[in-house]
Ligand binder design. Structure first.
Ligand code: SF4
Length: 883
């Protein structure tokens, strides 16, 4: 009876469902024909082609599922075309075939790469090979790594991913011409090169005549031409299936090639190295790339990098927390918000009659959000600034508090995100504004006005202001502990009406306080993550940053590794020695290859438990090759105290000058001196020039200064090294000076990633201690959180974490140790390390924060009877090594 009843019921239900389905299909057809008529009417009144930028009828998740069912039954040609627009294939007015994502080539809409299609690139030659992703901070570090791989294993397949600026061959793209001077040109910035390249991608119209004729292509194309880039293999764009890797990609895989090698290869073959490296990606065994590309999920997706089952090596690991933080931050200025407001308003005005009800609701919500943000940033309305204050004011809010301040607390941000994602609103608005700009340009050209695309007037046409706002809004969906909102208002005098009204200089910044949440996502995806570096100690600091304060198990492991060295056999461990922390998944998760990477709890939520292994080994250099000196008083016995209250005093700066001059008298070849900040270095140089000390120094050594501009670093380093090489100790009499002196800044461009081996730095002088600015709201918040955690631990049993003060101190000592580490680069190298500040002697914590190989097991710094004795010891150290 029950069986029959159920069968009947099933029949009835099936009949009802079929009926409902037919009704839905019918109503959908009617809607389409009505909307088609409306479209035709409206299109006649719109600018040609602008109809592509109108957002389609937005459907909620359930409706999307239902409509997919419908489509499978009764879709027609028109419906498929419409779906193409919704899928984002022609959002900026051009068709974007899926192969762009699979080959690593850019989408036609630039930034807006479909995440799901892009991550599908793990197919192709080499798939199934466990890849090693090696990431570091700078390209020079990556080049060094490729060089070492070449020595050890010359037939390993390496791909070095670099930016367009580094690999682009097209001079019309790479250079900006100087107006009025035909022969003069200068290198364009990264953003401009990318924009121009993407423009060429759009213009590329493959034709059979293009094949192979590089010369012809060269002469017929340029940045403003409309046949695309001459250096791009035509088949990459013309073939409908995944193209075979171009010969350049295969060549680059045949022998480990760094950027320079790849560039010269691409120059000799007249083929774009940037895209060749991306084509070679699937077959690579080692992928070498900068942090930003690896740590940002969107960059990984854009390139199609899949970490699934692969190993990630993060070199210079002390930088990783900061890199994770900067990848997950979002910054909005008042200008961007205003621009987004204008874009959305214009868009709504244009399309309001065509938009379906739900679209109107969401677009109005977005406009409301933008207006609330703009209002909040206006000084008069924000009310958080001290009136007439000369200093810019900043305030930090939790996300919830900020939402209440802006009266946006009732908005469901997850739904807004979903709308952005499904409707492709950012891309549509970008296409719309670009189209408007083009038509305005045409008008202005015809009216004779001169609009040059020089750097000053550069406006991105591949990223809309709204997409930046969207990035910020995504952060609002993060957990409350992950980050906060920092609001900065400019300093405006009461008389500066325009500043007060227009909120010029105001900004909103989402700052990440706990990078562990983001880092865990990376850890979950990959098979293992190896964090390596020379300044990882104390392990507990890095473990707390990357695995979170609440991961007690990992923190205790790191804590015990710190106290017991955690190293196999060798006990010469310290912050500075090469140390490696290996973060791997737990025992169950080790079966990653079979997909068993997580443990499912009873509640059905996925839990991930990373385990931590540490490894460390001693320094390669023998202790006798390092001479450490701490200087607390100069030649005239004045105290050298570089705390804020005394470091700018003339007495201190003069005594420092005398100290440096005396040291330069006894040190051969190159000497590098590190100052705590750019500002202080400028103060010191200014004073030395006034007193004539600068001239005296110039007579002893050729003096160079770290340039403020990163582009000039290479030139300064070249000049410095040639002065060091040209002035060997034996030529002292002929030249009258002894080596070269380089003034650098701790944490600057030369304090990391640069090798000052051998004569390049026989002496490293560190002036003061670079404690970070206590007024920095982000640092204050971080310290507050750590203090709260350690306080709660103290109230119970003692925990493994560190407090705010210890964190602050570690940040400073890491920076010092990085600077010191520039000098000793191999086992036969030798150098003197001179630490100038009374605190290196008086504060035991500072001394213990130095690397153990440098302290040589001493509990306190070596003492000298006076400054003269110190110089004699220094002289003897160098004499013993040059004999
Ligand atoms: S395709 Fe390559 S060579 Fe051509 S503009 Fe782009 S980066 Fe430069």
């Amino acid at each position: 009876m029950t069986v029959r009843h159920n069968l009947c019921r099933a029949d009835v239900l099936a009949g009802r469902m079929e009926h409902r389905k037919q009704a839905r299909i019918e109503s959908r057809r009617k809607r389409k024909s009505v909307s088609g008529e409306r479209k035709t009417k409206l299109n006649t009144s719109l600018v040609g082609g602008m109809e592509d930028y109108c957002v389609e009828n937005y459907l909620s998740e359930d409706e999307v599922l239902r409509s997919t069912d419908d489509d499978s039954d009764g879709d027609d040609e028109e419906g498929r075309k419409d779906r193409g627009i919704l899928d984002g294939h022609s959002l900026d007015g051009s068709y974007r075939p899926p192969k762009f994502a699979t080959t690593g080539l850019p989408s036609r809409s630039g930034e807006e790469v479909d995440e799901t299609t892009a991550t599908a690139t793990a197919t192709g030659p080499g798939t199934g090979v466990r890849k090693i992703y090696y990431a570091s901070r700078t390209h020079s570090q990556l080049t060094q790594f490729v060089g070492e791989c070449r020595k050890i294993c010359p037939d390993i397949r390496i791909v070095h991913l670099a930016s367009r600026k580094q690999l682009c061959l097209n001079d019309a793209v790479r250079y900006n011409s100087v107006p009025g001077q035909k022969k003069q040109r200068h290198l364009a910035g990264e953003a401009i090169v990318t924009e121009r390249c993407l423009d060429l991608m759009k213009k590329h119209k493959p034709s059979s005549g293009e094949k192979g004729e590089i010369k012809k292509r060269k002469s017929s194309t340029d940045a403003s031409g409309n046949t695309g880039c001459p250096y791009l293999p035509p088949q990459s764009l013309s073939s409908s299936s995944m193209p075979p890797p171009p010969s350049l990609a295969l060549h680059s895989l045949a022998y480990p090639s760094d950027i320079d090698a790849l560039r010269s290869l691409s120059e000799s073959s007249s083929c774009c190295g940037y895209y060749a490296s991306r084509t070679a990606l699937p077959a690579a065994e080692i992928v070498v790339l900068p942090y930003t590309t690896l740590l940002s999920r969107s960059s990984r997706s854009g390139l199609g990098l899949s970490l699934q089952g692969n190993v990630v090596v993060l070199d210079e690991g002390h930088n990783v927390p900061e890199a994770v933080r900067s990848c997950s931050e979002a910054h909005l200025t008042a200008n961007i918000i205003d621009q987004a407001c204008t874009e959305v308003a214009m868009y709504a005005e244009r399309y309001i009659e065509r938009l379906a009800g739900r679209n109107v609701v969401y677009i109005n919500t977005i406009r409301r959000v933008l207006n609330a943000m703009a209002k909040f940033l206006r000084i008069e309305e924000g009310g958080a600034i001290d009136e007439g204050s000369k200093k810019s004011a900043s305030q930090i809010f939790t996300v919830t508090d900020w939402l209440f301040e802006c009266r946006l607390e009732s908005i469901n941000w997850f739904q807004v995100q979903k709308y952005f994602e499904r409707s492709g609103l950012c891309r549509k608005i970008l296409g719309f504004t670009n189209s408007l700009a083009r038509s305005q340009n045409r008008q202005s050209k015809s009216s004779g006005s001169n609009l040059n695309d020089q750097e000053e007037t550069f406006i991105s046409c591949h990223t809309s202001a709204l997409s930046k706002v969207r990035e910020f809004l995504v952060c609002l969906t993060n957990t409350e502990t992950e980050g906060k909102i920092l609001v900065e208002w400019p300093s405006c005098s009461e008389t500066d009406e325009s500043c007060r009204k227009n909120s010029i200089g105001s900004s909103l910044r989402y700052v990440t306080l706990d990078p562990a949440i983001r880092f865990t996502q990376l850890l979950e995806e990959s098979h293992a993550v190896i964090v390596a570096g020379g300044t990882l100690r104390p392990f507990v600091h890095i473990a707390m940053e990357l695995l979170g304060h609440d991961n007690k198990e990992a923190l205790w492991l790191a804590h015990s590794a710190d106290s017991s060295d955690g190293c196999a056999g060798n006990d010469r461990s310290a912050m500075m020695k090469p140390t490696t922390g290996v973060l791997t998944k737990d025992q169950e998760a080790n079966t990653m290859d079979t997909g068993a990477i997580v443990v499912t709890s009873t509640a059905g939520r996925l839990h991930f438990h990373p385990s931590l292994t540490t490894f460390s080994c001693g320094h390669v250099v023998p202790p006798s090759n390092v001479h450490i000196v701490t200087v607390s008083h100069g030649p005239t016995k004045s105290t050298l105290d570089f705390r804020h209250f005394s470091r700018a005093k003339n007495d201190t700066v003069d005594e420092l000058g005398r100290t440096v001059l005396n040291i330069c008298n006894v040190t051969p070849a190159g000497t590098v001196i590190f100052f705590p900040s750019y500002g202080y270095e400028a103060t010191v140089v200014g004073r030395w020039k006034e007193t004539g000390l600068w001239e005296c120094l110039g007579r002893r050594k050729r003096v160079h200064r770290e340039p403020p501009n990163a582009r000039e670093v290479e030139g300064v380093l070249k000049a410095y090294s040639s002065d060091v090489a040209a002035v060997a100790p034996q030529t002292k009499k002929e030249r009258g000076y002894l080596g070269a002196l380089l003034l650098c800044v701790i944490g600057g461009k030369m304090s990391e990633g640069i090798n000052f081996a051998d004569d390049m730095a026989r002496c490293v002088i560190v002036v003061g201690l670079p404690y970070p600015d206590m007024g920095d709201p982000q640092l204050k918040e971080k310290m507050k959180i750590l203090d709260a955690v350690s306080k709660s631990e103290r109230s119970g049993s003692k925990g493994p974490g560190i407090g705010g003060r210890a964190y602050y101190h570690n940040v400073c000592m890491r920076a010092v140790n990085q600077s010191i580490g520039r000098a000793i680069r191999h086992s036969k190298d030798y150098a003197a390390i001179v630490l100038i500040d009374v605190r290196y002697k008086s504060d035991r914590r500072v001394w213990l924060g130095l690397p153990e190989w440098l302290r040589k097991d001493r509990e306190s710094p070596p003492s000298h009877a006076n400054f003269g004795k110190l110089l004699v010891d220094l002289k003897q150290f160098f004499k013993a090594r040059t004999l």
